[in-house]
Design a protein around this ligand. Structure first.
Ligand SMILES: Nc1ccn([C@H]2C[C@H](O)[C@@H](COP(=O)(O)O)O2)c(=O)n1
Length: 163
């Protein structure tokens, strides 16, 4: 599949033979995560995440941002280093929606950071899909040692791999 934007995606979908073509579960979860990322208020990096249960039903979606109800003071967004410790990651916000053992699949538009990967392990998540690599993360090493599937998914409606 090749998508280069919402218009191209809409055209492709309208031309798809829906009786034969079907999104895979990772693509489905990533498309949901992508839409959630559009709600992020972080101008530097917008991250979305989606959770599916053991029947592939949607448990919820979330995105990175400030604690609910907190209004950023003037200049808050100007300094990435200063605001970093206050940002709630999409994956942590997602974990606030379920209990351990309720979710099998997570898709997140950015690879989980080390702390979020540890949290996802604690919640019993079995498969994690990410779109963008997050360089300062030990997620691949953590996934390997705990036997969690961690795979990149970059080709899905709204987004084409290589873009
Ligand atoms: N897996 C990730 C990586 C980052 N972020 C968020 C936290 C910040 O809001 C923004 C930028 O993060 P940083 O400055 O740490 O790169 O992205 C996130 O929600 N999930």
């Amino acid at each position: 599949m090749k998508y280069s934007g919402v218009d191209a995606w809409a055209k492709d979908v309208s031309e798809m033979d829906m009786s034969k073509e079907r999104l895979s579960i990772p693509q489905y979860a990533m498309a949901l995560a992508h839409v959630a990322s559009l709600r992020s208020e972080d101008p530097y990096r917008k991250v979305g995440a989606a959770a599916l249960d053991f029947d592939n039903r949607v448990v919820g979606t979330a995105y990175n941002g400030l604690a609910p109800g907190f209004d950023a003071p003037e200049g808050f967004w100007d300094d990435r280093d200063k605001r970093q410790k206050f940002m709630l990651h999409a994956e942590v916000n997602l974990c606030s929606l379920f209990k351990r053992g309720e979710v099998r699949v997570i898709a997140t538009t950015t690879m989980p950071c080390t702390a979020c990967m540890q949290t996802l392990c604690a919640y019993g998540v079995e498969e994690i899909y990410y779109r963008d690599v997050y360089k300062q993360s030990d997620a691949p090493e953590i996934a390997k040692i705990y036997g969690i599937k961690l795979e990149q998914v970059a080709d899905y409606p709204l987004h084409a791999s290589g873009e």
